[in-house]
Design a protein around this ligand. Structure first.
Ligand code: CAA
Length: 302
């Protein structure tokens, strides 16, 4: 069993100021772990309402981390939460938010045009020394970086959901990523308590390249009627030791995300049977059954 530990270690990093663009599930988690490690974080969203939403979900998650870390000392736990919260400021102005940044991490929706528009603007607004990274799960880092003049200071920093719990960080190099940038990414990953692995800019990197086809095979197995989805989940938990079965996990990460990733890969590799569309996923997304976030996916959460 993999030991899950929340880390507050502050291994050496030159990165003091981190700007996270996008305050969704991933962006909020990234902002949280950087703040927990003592870094100054600016979290950018498109309006105040979304900043507040991100801040409240961070508060809930910090509460869970504090409960674990400071089991026997709730007062210290409260201070830990307060300190981390104080290190995160919200902003609705991305150009202003990157002015002091050592590292900018983009965690907006998986849309290449939007990412290009954002990075073109950030490239002009940020100081030359600022490192850029994308948390994309399914798009090419090289393609995202192509609109900037800092490809040597660009890479992928791919986190896993829930960010404060999952210990892995995939550090993705494009051919232009300099050794210095790569080292800074690896050091930073360590400083926030993650274990880093290195990977080329290939679709899905390591985890999703293996996890998504596995989930797709589970969907197809269910579509064929080989077993119920509940039994497939039980099988993979009890027979393979996974913490969640493939259907629970899809509900957890969102079926819309699975569909978007699959569509992108199918477009790129139309002849690969691995990435063939799966009707049940399309149907469920069309019906608004997106998983936990919509109250229903394969399972009901209301
Ligand atoms: N913030 C802080 N702490 C959290 C948390 C969060 N968001 N979510 C869970 N926790 C903590 C809980 O408080 C709990 O702590 P204790 O051990 O002190 O009780 C601990 O984590 C375990 O949580 P639960 O008891 O609620 O439930 P669990 O044991 O089933 O663990 C889980 C939950 C960590 C999510 C686990 O089920 C798991 O690892 N599931 C698989 C997740 C996974 O595969 N993620 C990768 C998805 S793919 C991806 O993210 C890539 C992408 O590109 C989209």
């Amino acid at each position: 069993v993999i030991k899950r530990a929340f880390s507050t270690t502050t291994a050496k990093t030159a990165i003091k100021n981190v700007t996270v663009i996008g305050g969704g599930l991933m962006g909020s988690g990234i902002a949280q772990v950087a703040a927990q490690a003592g870094q100054n974080v600016t979290l950018v969203e498109i309006n105040e309402n979304l900043i507040q939403k991100a801040q409240s979900s961070i508060t809930v998650s910090l509460g869970r981390v504090a409960k674990k870390l400071y089991k026997d000392n709730p007062e210290e736990g409260k201070t830990f939460i307060k300190n981390a919260q104080a290190r995160i400021r919200g902003s609705t102005n991305p150009a202003e938010a990157v002015k002091e940044a050592d590292l900018v991490i983009e965690a907006i929706i998986e849309n290449i045009d939007l990412k290009h528009k954002l990075f073109k603007m950030l490239d002009k607004a940020a100081p030359a020394k600022t490192l850029f990274a994308s948390n994309t799960s399914s798009l090419s880092i090289g393609e995202i970086a192509s609109v900037t003049n800092r490809k040597d200071r660009f890479g992928g920093l791919h986190f896993f959901n829930p960010v404060p719990v999952m210990k892995l960080l995939e550090v993705v190099r494009i051919p232009e990523t300099s050794d210095e940038t790569y080292r800074a990414f690896m050091d930073w990953g360590k400083s926030i308590g993650k274990t880093c692995i290195t990977c080329k800019d290939t679709p899905g990197f390591v985890v999703n390249r293996l996890l998504i086809p596995y989930k797709l095979e589970a969907f197809r197995m269910y579509e064929r009627g080989d077993a119920s989805f509940e039994d497939i989940d039980i099988a993979m938990k009890l027979g393979a030791g996974y913490p969640m079965g493939p259907f629970e996990l899809s509900d957890y990460t969102g079926l819309d995300l699975s569909k978007d990733i699959l569509e992108g890969w199918h477009k790129k590799f139309p002849d690969d049977p691995l990435f063939k569309p799966v009707p049940i996923v399309e149907k469920m997304v069309a019906e608004g059954k997106l998983g936990r976030k919509s109250g229903e996916g394969f399972y009901k959460y209301k």
